[in-house]
Design a protein. Structure first.
Length: 123
């Protein structure tokens, strides 16, 4: 029986492209339920596929990578500010910020469009 070649088409969730970009955003959002491990897995996928993807997907990978690192920075600042009480509200704001960025990325990815402003710190 001949070996079946590995699936490399557009339906493959692990190869660079639209489906993998969608998976990265979903893993980021799943981090709220499953813990940070799924978010780290999404970050790894984004880093691995960044140089291999088409231009549209590259904007999404850069956006997802920036979302992770900026979100981590915002979360650390919020954790420090929990000492004075405002950190809890800021942490909630970071969660909303992350959800908005992921939904925005998912909408652009499903439409096949690049992220409009990859370098933004907001949305």
């Amino acid at each position: 029986m001949p070996d079946t070649p590995a699936k490399t088409g557009s339906g493959d969730w692990l190869s660079p492209g639209k489906n993998n970009v969608t998976l990265v955003y979903i893993l980021y959002l799943a981090g709220f339920v499953l813990g940070g491990l799924s978010t780290l897995l999404g970050l790894v996928f984004a880093y691995i596929n960044l140089g291999k993807a088409d231009q549209v997907s590259q904007t999404h990978y850069r956006y997802a990578i920036r979302t992770f690192w900026i979100g981590l920075l915002y979360s650390l600042i919020s954790a420090v500010l929990m000492i004075v009480g405002i950190g809890f509200l800021l942490l909630l704001a970071v969660a909303v910020w992350l959800i908005v960025r992921c939904v925005k990325g998912l909408q652009a990815a499903s439409a096949g469009k690049p992220v409009a402003n990859v370098e933004t710190w907001l949305f």
